[in-house]
Design a protein. Structure first.
Length: 393
């Protein structure tokens, strides 16, 4: 039997995304017939007891209490970064300089300049790089892309996308890292907006200019930290200032003439993970909702009159990208499968020596939109996106 090529992973961080990525590495060989296999070699965290327990629970062979040690280790090929955003650049650049491939959580960086430095580092090192915009890898979203590429919608006129949550509405929810600009780079815009920006770039095309508005509804919160699954723990009687947005809305022009409206909020009561889009083209429309992620709603204008309407396609057939690797038709997939699918692309990229999309170039383009929206809020005017990324071409 031909032996599989092992990609030995070193993961930095081990909480929410640490669990999602660990699970994906473990399940990937179970479902995908690949000549490459990820090995859960080592996980790094700062707290010895915590990282040891995480390694045991999630199946990592060893652990370190300093991420720098992971990068020094010769038995690691890929560094996976699932830590808060202020740590991404330093870890990515050190990993690339040591010749390790990198898989980094989104948003790529704290700023556009930082993202460009990270791109330069991975290009210079010639390593494989990817950003974890996992929602692209839902079979229904991939099928939407296929329909658009086949011209089923014709010219695209509109995308309206939202990512709405409500877990932050309690004014006594603590001031976790996501609410401190120096750690997160941005609030709902960088956290949730980055995902819908990526979906829009994937499905519609490049942004040309944006104009936005943002609000921080609760200005001060008790000091505390993040626990698990978007929960927090209050650690002090003192309150600190929230330095990011609680909600952002923005309008966009795309280079191909399409119009976009985008909204990200953690103050949308009743919306737990309202990551949704609708795309309207001259010949049809598509709708997707992450809370019902197997289904794609499709409207085609050339359907027979009288029978026209949005049809619901359950994207679990062999014809739907990735779905054939799992279960029989109608046997639905979940959130975790988006990570297994992105890991399958990452493994291909490393084994064949390229950087599958979304890679760090996508990360930079995403960051340019984030920066343009923030600038437009500050200047109360439209801000161009294309010129911010022109150095890439
Ligand atoms: N792709 C997605 O859908 C998605 C979802 C949630 C979060 N994210 C992104 O994933 C990243 C992590 O988010 P999370 O929700 O898992 O955060 P989290 O707070 O649940 O976990 C962060 C982890 O990083 C560790 N950590 C913090 N600073 C560190 C350091 N200096 N060295 C080593 N470890 C450190 C923490 O101890 C913890 O294990 C962020 O960039 C976030 O934006 C992506």
């Amino acid at each position: 039997m031909k032996s599989k090529k092992q990609i030995r992973v070193g993961m930095v961080g081990y909480r929410l995304m640490g669990r999602a990525h660990s699970h994906a590495y473990r399940d990937f060989p179970f479902y995908f017939d690949s000549d490459t296999i990820p090995v859960l070699q080592a996980v790094a965290g700062r707290d010895e007891e915590g990282v040891k327990a995480a390694a045991d629970k999630m199946g990592w062979a060893s652990w370190e209490t300093d991420w720098r040690r992971l990068i020094e280790r010769e038995d690691i090929d890929l560094i996976d970064i699932v830590t808060p955003n202020n740590t991404h650049a330093e870890i990515v650049i050190a990993a690339a300089e040591a010749g390790k491939h990198v898989f980094c959580e989104k948003p790529l960086a704290l700023s556009l300049d930082q993202a460009k430095q990270m791109l330069e580092a991975v290009k210079k090192a010639g390593v494989t790089h990817m950003v974890c915009h996992n929602y692209r890898f839902s079979p229904a979203v991939q099928f939407a892309k296929k329909l658009i590429e086949e011209g089923r919608l014709g010219k695209i006129y509109h995308i309206r996308a939202t990512f709405l949550q409500d877990w932050l509405m309690d004014p006594d929810f603590p001031l976790i890292w996501r609410l401190r600009k120096e750690v997160s780079g941005g609030g709902t815009l960088g956290d949730l907006g980055a995902h819908i920006i990526d979906l829009a770039r994937f499905l519609v095309g490049e942004f040309s200019e944006v104009v936005g508005m943002m609000e921080t509804f609760i200005k001060k919160r008790p000091l505390g930290s993040m626990t698990d699954n978007l929960k927090g723990r209050i650690e002090s009687d003192q309150r600190g200032e929230v330095t990011v947005d609680d909600a952002t809305a923005f309008l966009a022009h795309f280079e191909n003439g399409a119009l976009g409206t985008f909204e990200s909020s953690r103050f949308s009561r009743g919306n737990r993970a309202g990551n949704r889009f609708e795309i309207n083209g001259e010949k049809g429309s598509l709708r997707w909702d992450m809370e019902n992620l197997n289904n794609l709603q499709v409207y085609l204008a050339d359907d027979e009159p009288g029978l026209q309407g949005f049809r619901t396609i359950n994207c679990t057939e062999e014809e739907h990208p990735y779905a054939g690797s799992y279960w029989p038709s109608g046997h639905i997939l979940g959130y975790e499968h988006t990570f297994i699918n992105i890991v399958s692309e990452l493994m291909n990229g490393i084994s064949q020596g390229y950087s599958p999309q979304p890679n760090f170039e996508d990360g930079v383009k995403n960051q340019a939109v984030l920066e343009a929206v923030e600038e437009s809020v500050q200047t109360r005017s439209w801000v161009g996106v294309s010129e911010k990324v022109h150095v890439l071409s």
